[in-house]
Design a protein around this ligand. Structure first.
Ligand code: FES
Length: 196
């Protein structure tokens, strides 16, 4: 015996399922791709550093450095190579020994005067003399090796810093120097182990 109520319910359910299956439903908007926006937003929160390449890239260095790390096209690659070439030219350590001028550096605390070539740092010359002078990074990015030129005025009147990520104009004006990246350009007197 067929139950008419059961058949009716079954038919109703079947029709409901068929209607739902073929109905279009509401359209769900697909969100825009915001991945680039998120990347740029995060890059903008990374503080710019003065670290030399490529360390600056490793840290992030903000949007501009990120863009620089992925140069677009050959022209950009050439530009980057030119930059490296300029940097090499400016590196006093690259001056051949036979061409390097020598200056008299008086190390006040050590009580000695050394002849230091313009392609040698003040730190290296002191170490070669057998002194244990302070240092850490040897890249101009900390302040461990700092010393003070006591001849008066800006330290860069007497030496050149190949890289200097730490000392600003006020410190340089007070005679401070990062001896690990400081190459003499004239005779000078220095007090090692002096920080601003
Ligand atoms: S040792 Fe770090 S700046 Fe010279």
């Amino acid at each position: 015996m067929v139950d008419p109520l059961g058949v009716g319910l079954g038919l109703t359910l079947t029709v409901t399922v068929v209607i739902l299956h073929f109905s279009q439903g509401t359209e769900r908007p697909i969100p825009d791709d915001i991945s680039q926006q998120v990347i740029e937003g995060r890059a903008a929160t990374v503080r710019e550093t003065e670290f030399p390449e490529p360390m600056n890239r490793a840290i992030g260095g903000g949007v501009s450095a990120t863009a620089a790390a992925v140069p677009a096209g050959e022209a950009a690659v050439e530009g980057e190579l030119d930059e490296v070439a300029v940097e090499t030219e400016q590196d006093p350590a690259a001056i051949p020994d036979e061409e390097a001028e020598t200056f008299e550096i008086e190390y006040l605390k050590e009580g000695e005067t050394l002849a230091v070539a313009e392609n040698q740092t003040i730190l290296e010359a002191g170490e070669e003399a057998g002194w244990e002078l302070p240092y850490a990074c040897r890249e101009g990015q900390c302040i461990s090796c700092s010393g003070r030129v006591t001849d008066g005025g800006n330290s860069e009147e007497y030496l050149t810093h190949f890289t200097n990520g730490m000392l600003g104009d006020p410190e340089l004006d007070d005679g401070y120097s990062l001896t690990c990246v400081a190459y003499p350009t004239s005779d000078l007197t220095i007090e090692t182990g002096e920080s601003p």
